[in-house]
Every structure is written in C-alpha cells, then in structure tokens.
Design a protein around this ligand. Structure first.
Ligand SMILES: [Zn+2]
Length: 101
C-alpha cells in the first residue's frame, strides 16, 4: 500500500464536479456519513477544482476505523456502566458540550 503525504498529487472522481479531477492530499476534519462524529485531522484527497474531499487513502481509513471502534467501545461502556451521557456527548460532539450540566 502506498503511503500518501500532504501535498501529494493524485486523481479521483469528484461527485460535486461529476468528473475525473486532479486531487491534492491535505489534512482535513472529515464528518462521517452516519453522524458518528467528525474524524479530526486525517489525510484526504481534495479536488483541485472545487475543494471537496473526494478520496480517502487506506492509511486514513485505518484511522477512521479506529475512531469508530473508539465510539463503539464508548457505547459498550455506556451500556455496562449506565448513562454518563456527558462523557459520551463530549466524545462524540467535541468541546461544545464541555460545560453542559
Ligand atoms: Zn470537484
């Protein structure tokens, strides 16, 4: 597997431009489709034309998987130890709820 680095060039299909585009790898915060949260600071391929994140290299997919496993572990912990909702919220939604309750 190829390790990409920041500013590496590649190409991918951009859903927004609806065509094959040149991409540049850069670090981004990527929101996950299923509202599991946002994975912060992972390397993604960004469309050179519209700036959308269009590809995720394997190394970042590994990172996302670990992130999701972390959420899953947190959920299991929640089931076993009862609701400590504040902690869960903090994990899943970042700092905005830090002072909640
Ligand atoms: Zn595009």
């Amino acid at each position: 597997m190829r390790e990409f680095r920041e500013n590496d060039k590649s190409h991918a299909i951009c859903m927004r431009c609806e065509k094959h585009v040149a991409t540049t790898f850069t670090y981004r915060d990527v929101p996950l489709d299923d509202e599991a949260g946002t994975v912060e600071h992972i390397l993604v391929g960004v469309c050179d034309e519209c700036g959308a994140a269009v590809s995720v290299p394997v190394q970042s997919k590994t990172f996302i998987k670990e992130f999701l496993q972390g959420i899953e572990a947190e959920r299991r912990d929640l089931e076993q130890n009862g609701p400590s909702l504040a902690r869960f919220r903090k994990f899943s939604r970042g700092r905005e709820n830090e002072r909640d309750g």
